[in-house]
Design a binder for this molecule. Structure first.
Ligand code: UDX
Ligand code: ADP
Length: 482
């Protein structure tokens, strides 16, 4: 129902037929995704799963990553993803390193390459590093023999789509491109459900007749499983900015709560009692108010710094400073956590065995990008503590993150074994498995006095105290035997 209309649309849009040139092809649309990462992989798997009439190919420059996507051991851990990939792979979902062929054969290209924060030159530490995007745009231009819709899926600073359009349209082969912005709002750990049932899908396009037609093609793709009233459209720049702002708002909630957690610890208040009362105001809402050792993940810090950079670029100093405060409080919260550990453990951590429960930046993912645990681990090693790290999914990434860092660190998957002989457990990630452990048994094996620093406030603090632990939650009075 969609296809012939869409093909005509694209033909009209760009004046070049494409699917019509391959009438034998069973698929009604050829979708390519460049970048098989945390965003590209799950998003394309869901499109293929929901739309068996489309051929969906995901390409990457990293052959190992592609081999993993083609194996039983996917490169990322995401609940439910295995089943979705297994259902579609080989049917209409393909993972490949043949980027050139992929570009040639496709009519819609999602670009989901990484856009890390720049580490060099102008804007270092703040602006997005667009070298991967730039390179991808040039490859698309070089290998395209027919017109295409390009969908920007990575988080990019505002107005990048315009820059991409400029790179893409300067070719002399008569091929034309429409660049759409379609920011990804999925959260790791819940990616599959976020993709299957998103709060909204946002599509930004230029407001020209051609841009609007390209937009409608993408709307039709999502409309295969998402109600139309959840598919919203805007101009390209609003769409790009919305992604940064959504993440800035979410991160701001956590920094706000974490800032108040510091006050609660001084004022003998309980942050969970405060957030319960505040969150019941329907204007505020109850979600995303969990005090923690700090937020992590590949998006929050990067997107806020991007926003700050853009504001500085436009001479909006006060606005830039305001948002930068969200990142500063996050750093402060991590440092506060370490200084508290140091102080209550008698001002020395040297040669004390400390066990980190969890290393991933949140539960249900093996991802450790910007995980607060990285900073905590490095600071503990600076204090010459002997570290033991346990995590059900993130130990390989943890090893990479701490490679070359001076100090003693070991990695043990079994939490009981990991905690044995430790002076303290510092809980970094809210894996539910840590709630169900036998802490009586763990206490017996630990050095005394034994401490628990609950960086996520998920454990049963009174029960731990009864067992004999000295318990230090976030934003509430400690329970100590001293
Ligand atoms: C985020 C956005 O939620 C998502 O919409 C966007 O597409 C990508 O960035 P993600 O980074 O995967 O997703 O995870 P998220 O659930 O937002 O958590 C980010 C960090 O905040 C984690 O470290 C998490 O533990 C922390 N967090 C979250 C808190 O400390 N407290 C909370 O109440 C919620
Ligand atoms: P994200 O969280 O945004 O998905 P990832 O780092 O997980 O980021 O994934 C980005 C992927 O893009 C990586 O697998 C990387 O190898 C791939 N990539 C980067 N540049 C290119 C390129 N020019 N062509 C193909 N793939 C690329």
């Amino acid at each position: 129902m969609i296809t012939s209309v869409q093909n005509v649309l694209i033909t009209e849009t760009c004046g070049l037929p494409h699917l019509e040139t391959k009438p034998e092809m069973p698929f009604t649309r050829n979708i390519l995704c460049i970048g098989a990462g945390y965003v590209g992989g799950p998003t394309m798997a869901m499109i293929a799963f929901k739309c068996s009439q489309y051929k969906v190919t995901v390409v990457d420059i990293n052959p190992e990553r592609i081999a993993q996507w083609n194996s039983d051991d996917l490169p990322i851990y995401e609940p439910g993803l295995d089943q979705v990939v297994r259902a579609a792979r080989g049917r209409n979902l393909f993972f490949s390193t043949e980027i050139e062929k992929g570009i040639r054969d496709s009519d819609v290209i999602f670009v989901s390459v990484n856009t890390p924060t720049k580490t060099f030159g102008a804007g270092a530490g703040m602006a997005a590093d667009l070298q991967y995007w730039d390179k991808t745009a040039r490859e698309i231009r070089k290998h395209s023999r027919s017109s295409k819709i390009i969908v920007e899926k990575s988080t990019l600073p505002v107005k990048t789509a315009q820059a991409m359009e400029q790179i893409l349209t300067c070719g002399d082969n008569g091929v034309c491109f429409d660049v759409l912005s379609n920011p990804e709002f999925l959260a790791e750990g819940t990616a599959v459900q976020d993709l299957e049932n998103p709060d909204r899908v946002l599509i930004g396009s230029s407001q020209t007749p051609q841009g609007l037609m390209a937009r409608d093609v993408l709307v039709e793709i999502y409309a295969n499983w998402i109600p139309r009233n959840k598919i919203i459209t805007s101009n390209v720049w609003s769409s790009e900015l919305s992604k940064l702002v959504a993440n800035a708002f979410l991160a701001q909630r956590i920094s706000s709560v974490n800032a108040i957690s510091a006050l609660c610890e001084k004022a003998d208040a309980d942050i969970q009692e405060v957030t319960r009362a505040v969150g019941m105001d329907s204007r505020v809402g109850a979600k995303f108010l969990n005090a923690s050792v700090g937020f992590g993940g590949s998006c929050f810090k990067k997107d806020i710094l991007n926003l700050v950079y853009i504001c500085r670029h436009y001479d909006l100093k006060e606005v830039a400073d305001y948002w930068e405060g969200v990142v500063k409080i996050n750093d402060y919260q991590k440092e506060r956590f370490i200084l508290n550990m140091l102080q209550v453990m008698f001002n020395t951590l040297a040669r004390k065995k400390i066990c980190l429960f969890g290393f991933a930046f949140k539960a249900d993912t093996g991802d450790t990008r910007e995980s607060p645990a990285i900073r905590i681990a490095k600071r503990l090693m600076e204090e010459k503590a002997d570290l033991v790290i346990t995590d059900p999914k993130a130990l390989n990434n943890a090893k990479d993150d701490l490679k070359g860092v001076d100090g003693n660190v070991s990695y043990i998957e079994d939490p009981y074994e990991a905690a044995a002989g430790s002076c303290a457990i510092a809980l970094m990630t809210e894996w539910s498995l840590y709630k169900g452990l036998d802490y009586e048994k763990i206490f017996q094996t630990m050095a005394k006095p034994a401490f628990v620093f609950d960086g996520r406030n998920i454990l049963d603090h009174p029960a731990l105290f009864e067992t004999g632990f000295n318990v230090f939650p976030i934003g509430k009075p400690p329970l100590t035997h001293f």
